[in-house]
Design a protein around this ligand. Structure first.
Ligand SMILES: Nc1nc2c(ncn2[C@@H]2O[C@H](COP(=O)(O)OP(=O)(O)OP(=O)(O)O)[C@@H](O)[C@H]2O)c(=O)[nH]1
Ligand SMILES: [Mg+2]
Length: 166
């Protein structure tokens, strides 16, 4: 899988998306520092919200093949300046999270991500898993086997009915 780094405001859903993509149980965990995992780099929202720490995010893009800019459907404004994607030499995708929230506006968030320069946008609800497979498919590399392609284990052999042994 191509390695991706997630950026976005605190609470926009980076860690929850990381858990959903890895098929883990969804539990709240405040990100305290940059977690440079195997295929996903999860960053604290404060890095995007703090001007000086933003430089660290720019450097970390070199550790990944793809940059994921997250914006939840419920956010009332965007922190991404127009055309910010040209600041790094990696593919940048937009990810709208919390599309399940009735108070959200996924299309408005998508427009802000397009304004930031994202040409590809994904829509996800990490709690139900909606949209997760689209991101995994985008990050797929030759030879990767997706979770839904792993064949189910053979059903256990039928235990013969005692009544058939006469
Ligand atoms: N309904 C809904 N809630 C979500 C979704 N994604 C995240 N949440 C909730 O939003 C809250 C914050 O999610 P986190 O994944 O911790 O956010 P984060 O971006 O990692 O935040 P920081 O670590 O502070 O940067 C949690 O209570 C999640 O359960 C989603 O797709 N739908
Ligand atoms: Mg987090």
């Amino acid at each position: 899988m191509k390695k991706i780094i997630f950026m976005g405001r605190s609470e926009c859903g980076k860690t929850t998306l990381t858990q959903a993509m890895k098929g883990k149980e969804i539990t709240y965990h405040k990100t305290q520092y940059i977690n440079n995992f195997d295929v996903i780099i999860d960053t604290p929202g404060e890095y995007l919200q703090t001007h000086t720490l933003g430089h660290a995010l720019a450097l970390y893009t070199y550790e990944a093949q793809v940059v994921g800019l997250l914006l939840s459907a419920t956010e009332p404004f965007s922190l991404y300046p127009p055309c910010i994607t040209c600041m790094c030499n990696r593919d940048v995708i937009g990810i709208v999270t919390k599309i399940d929230d009735p108070k959200g506006n996924p299309q408005r968030s998508a427009r802000w991500l397009r304004l930031a320069g994202c040409k590809t946008i994904f829509f996800v609800d990490s709690t139900s898993g909606e949209g997760i497979s689209d991101i995994l498919e985008y990050l797929r590399e030759d030879g990767d086997v997706m979770p839904w392609e792993i064949p189910c284990k053979e059903s256990p052999k039928q235990i013969p009915d005692a009544s058939s042994h006469k």
